[in-house]
Design a protein around this ligand. Structure first.
Ligand code: FES
Length: 103
């Protein structure tokens, strides 16, 4: 069954920035990109890189470890050496909080 999990205030994440959130045994990266919020796992699928420490450009996050890239909207790999997509989380509409669906 899907559950709603409140992970931060929208005001915690400035436009163009990323916030790491540790909650419920999840390590998440929350992005505020081009007016919208997105949430992925923080740990890069390629290795020990933390995506919240990477470089955000538009909807693409570049891991600062080996420079692999993912699309934060759907988790797809955009640039190697990453091969496996990053997990993304559906955001439930809420005025002031970032709330995700977990299952
Ligand atoms: S750990 Fe992220 S690209 Fe290698």
């Amino acid at each position: 069954m899907q559950k709603a999990l409140e992970i931060c205030d929208k005001s915690d994440v400035a436009e163009g920035s990323i916030l790491k959130v540790d909650i419920n045994e999840l390590e998440l990266a929350v992005y505020h990109a081009e007016g919208a919020f997105y949430v992925t796992d923080d740990l890069c699928t390629h290795g020990p890189g933390s995506l919240s420490e990477g470089y955000l450009e538009g909807h693409v996050i570049e891991c600062d470890f080996h420079n692999g890239k993912f699309d934060i909207r759907n988790g797809e790999v955009v640039a190697p050496p990453c091969l496996v997509e990053i997990k993304t989380y559906k955001i439930i509409d809420h005025d002031s909080k970032v709330v995700i669906e977990i299952g």
